[in-house]
Design a binder for this molecule. Sequence first.
Ligand SMILES: [Zn+2]
Length: 166
Amino acid sequence: MPQQFLVLDTTAFYAGVPYTNTTENLVTTPDVISEVSNERTRSLIAVSKINVLQGSQEHLRKVKAAARMTGDDKDLSPADLSVLALCLSMKEEGNSPILISDDFAVENVASKLGIPARPLMTGGIQRAAEWVFFCPACGKQYSKAREDCLVCGTKLEKRLKRSQAR
Ligand SMILES: [Zn+2]
């Protein structure tokens, strides 16, 4: 019997879904774990039965190629790319992965690659508006995605607005 796995991306962790009470097979990647820097989320991972696995390099290359085709490559972090690669690797091993994500760019590339994706189980979460882009150097925030800070030219980073709300 092929096993079904729920593959969690960064947004899945930030949403704080109660993963401790589930009987599902949960997996994520080392890159997601290191991208999730929030203390509460780290303790959530510690008490959950989440397997940490890595997709193959070959699948990572496929994911990057697909992201370039859909034009999402600039919006995907190494963690985003790694969960997509993991999904492909699991599929090839005969498992059925379902990607859990609220990141529109991630879902878009998943659909290009034929990976089933579903939004977070909490439901009703808005998408693009949830991201805040900020300059790690001078602290200026931007509500729209852009490459560099207008003030000092540093490469912007993004985080979820929602992660501060709870
Ligand atoms: Zn700046």
